[in-house]
Structures are given as structure tokens and as C-alpha cells.
Design a protein around this ligand. Structure first.
Ligand code: CP
Length: 326
């Protein structure tokens, strides 16, 4: 295992070069093969990672916990509400102390715009060990790395000329974080894909992430378009990634946000919409999905869907990030 990324934080994909992202994906591929063949790969024997959650999780928590076990180490799960963070302990003290006990700190803090990314950067500033972003208000770099791995498994490493649609869809369950679509437009614009973003007018993404995506697209020589309807995004797309997200200014007013979202109940990914994509297109979703609202069962359980492969790749990419940085 190379030491090229040892000790590095992984807070936004934008802070890792294309070569570093490639290295992470190559490592994830190797670890996936070893996992499936039952070949031991105890690259982090006796090492400890602290998993600090300010929000719920299924895939992220369990991919990191299972992953560190398979790497020969151990995870401590920390619920922020049952730690001294709930009494106001600072990110500085948390970072210094946890990093003195182990070898890495991973944090999910994604629900309130303006808070999570700043929090984990403050932890990272004071921690002596790497900090990994398990989803913040701005980016979900563990998810988008698994997404890129899944896209490459389908289409290979040369993605030039392929179109990905990142689209808002309706969900009544809760105002989902903005970090997945933001992470997608920032990462996919670097790797050859033409990116089309679609959303109703109220669901704009954070302006700094849009700016990064525009700059990435210009540097890569690919298209980055924004449209106001699903049809224009889905037409001739090779990859579709429809999901819900909240309105930046309404995360502290969940009832108002959910009421407003009802205007757009017709924004659902169904078979009719999939029929205007390319014949062999893939349907992606980070999960959990609001079945019957964001997407119909026929699509998520249908021939285009790669959601379980994508979810499995969360394990292999989480392991790659830990193995390379810790
Ligand atoms: N996609 C994702 O991050 O899933 P969880 O919220 O279950 O971790």
C-alpha cells in the first residue's frame, strides 16, 4: 500500500487531484476483488477510527464499521447527542482528544447549511490524524467516489461524451441534504462526463459548488448545463441520478419546506422518463430512496437500476479511503 495519501484529510473530492481520486478508485477495485475472493487484507491492523454522527445512517455507518473490521482495525461509533458534544464540547477539543486515542476521525454533519463542513474543518485543523467527511452540508465525497466507481464499472475509465443527468425529484419523507447533487456536479465535471442539472426554481444548489462545477467543466472541456425540467435532463442520458434535496434557506423550517415541495409531486423518475434515455442507460440513487415519490418501483427494481452495486461500492471505497489515509 502506497503512503502517498497517508495522513491526508478527505473532506471534499475537490481537494484531491484527479490522480489521487484515480488511486482511491484503483485501491477500492483491488479491495473489492480481495473481498469477493476471500483474500485477507488486514492493512490497518489494530488501528482505530472514530465515527462521529450528527445524523442517521445505514450505508455510511455500516460500510465504515464493516470496512475497518475487514482491514484489521476497529471503529468506535459516536452519536453526537450522547457525547459531550451535546453539552457544547468544542470541535477543537474533540479533534485533539479523539486523534490522541486512535488513527482517524470520520464525521457526518449534514443537516444544516453552513455548519457541517466548517465543523469538520475545525476538527481537522486540531486533530493529529486524518479527518474523513462522511457527509456534510456541502459534499458527500464517500458517496460520489462510490458513484464514480460504479459508473466506471459500467462504462470504463474514458467517460468522455457520456451524459449524466443529476435531477431533483419529490420526496415527502424529509428535506434531504444538498450534498449529494453538489458532490456529483463537482466530481463528475472533472472526469469527462457532460453534466446536466435539473431542478425546480426554488431548489438551486449552493453558489460556491455551482462555481466549482462550472470551473471544472471549463478545465475538462465538457458541458455543464442547468435545466428546469426532467425531460431535457433525461433525453439521451447515459446515466440518470434523480433524487430529492431541500431548499438551502428552509432547512430550519422543515414543515414549510415539505409544504412547498408538494408543488412538484410530478417530478418522479418513472418508466416513461427512462424511455427517453439511452437504451442501456443506468439509473443511480445514493439511497435511501422514497419509493413511489422520487422513483417508481418499476425503475428502481428494473433493468436500468444499479443501486445495489452502487451501495456495495460504498464499502470498497470507504475501505480504500481509510487504508490510504490512516
Ligand atoms: N447514501 C448514504 O449516505 O446512505 P446513509 O444515509 O444510509 O449513510
Amino acid at each position: 500500500m502506497t503512503d502517498a495519501l497517508r495522513g491526508r484529510d478527505y473532506i471534499m473530492t475537490q481537494e484531491w487531484s484527479n490522480d489521487e481520486i484515480d488511486l482511491a478508485l484503483q485501491t477500492a477495485g483491488d479491495l473489492k476483488e480481495k473481498f469477493h475472493k476471500g483474500i485477507p487484507h488486514r492493512l490497518l491492523a489494530d488501528k482505530t477510527i472514530f465515527l462521529l454522527f450528527f445524523d442517521k445512517s445505514t450505508r455510511t455507518r455500516n460500510s465504515f464499521e464493516a470496512g475497518i473490521t475487514q482491514l484489521g482495525g476497529h471503529a468506535h461509533f459516536i452519536d453526537s447527542s450522547t457525547s459531550q458534544i451535546a453539552h457544547g464540547e468544542s470541535p477543537k477539543d474533540t479533534g485533539i482528544i479523539l486523534s490522541s486515542y486512535g488513527h482517524g476521525i470520520a464525521i457526518r454533519h449534514d443537516l444544516i447549511p453552513g455548519e457541517g463542513n466548517s465543523y469538520m474543518r475545525e476538527v481537522a485543523q486540531h486533530a493529529s490524524k486524518p479527518v474523513i467527511n462522511m457527509q456534510c452540508d456541502i459534499d458527500h465525497p464517500c458517496q460520489t467516489l462510490a458513484d464514480l466507481m460504479t459508473i466506471r464499472e459500467k462504462y470504463g475509465t474514458n467517460l468522455r461524451g457520456l451524459k449524466i443527468a443529476v435531477a431533483w425529484t419529490y420526496a415527502p419523507s424529509y428535506a434531504k441534504p444538498m450534498s449529494v447533487p453538489q458532490g456529483l456536479i463537482m466530481l463528475m465535471t472533472r472526469f469527462g462526463l457532460d453534466v446536466t442539472l435539473a431542478h425546480p426554481p426554488e431548489y438551486t444548489l449552493m453558489s460556491n459548488t455551482m462555481q466549482i462545477a462550472r470551473e471544472n467543466a471549463q478545465k475538462s472541456g465538457i458541458k455543464f448545463n442547468v435545466v428546469d425540467n426532467l425531460e431535457d435532463a433525461f433525453r439521451d442520458a447515459d446515466i440518470v441520478y434523480p433524487k430529492s434535496w431541500g431548499i438551502e434557506s428552509l432547512f430550519k423550517q422543515p414543515e414549510k419546506a415539505l409544504e412547498l415541495s408538494k408543488r412538484y409531486k410530478s417530478w418522479i423518475c418513472d418508466e416513461k422518463l427512462m424511455s427517453i434515455t439511452k437504451k442501456n442507460s443506468i439509473y443511480m440513487h445514493c439511497l435511501p430512496a422514497d419509493r413511489g415519490n422520487e422513483v417508481t418501483d418499476a425503475v428502481i427494481d428494473g433493468p436500468h437500476s444499479v443501486v445495489y452495486q452502487e451501495a456495495e461500492n460504498r464499502l470498497h471505497t470507504a475501505k480504500a479511503i481509510m487504508a490510504l489515509t490512516m
